[in-house]
Write a new protein. Structure first.
Length: 94
């Protein structure tokens, strides 16, 4: 299940941990470093994170400081159709 983080940019501790537990968090890019966003989602119980860029480009996520992160992270361009994500996740699980 995909759940939008609250606040949407994960620029503060997430307030919807109950909804995020066991779900994939969808988070907007914003100014907070990617790994900080992911740590907040992981602490809220998310099993993965999709970061949606505010522009139509892909950005790399550096992992040199991600030693404590245990969930997968994907960054997508703003044009990516999130409606297609559940089918993609289901295919990946098979």
């Amino acid at each position: 299940m995909l759940v939008r983080a609250q606040p949407p940019l994960a620029d503060a501790p997430l307030t919807n941990a109950g909804a995020l537990a066991g779900a994939v968090a969808v988070i907007g890019r914003g100014v907070v470093p990617f790994l900080e966003k992911v740590r907040r989602a992981q602490a809220a119980g998310a099993v993965g994170v999709i970061i949606v860029n505010s522009e139509d480009e892909l950005l790399p996520i550096r992992d040199d400081e991600a030693g404590d992160i245990t969930i997968p992270i994907v960054c997508v361009a703003s044009s990516f159709q999130l409606a297609d994500m559940p089918a993609l996740l289901e295919a990946w699980r098979k």
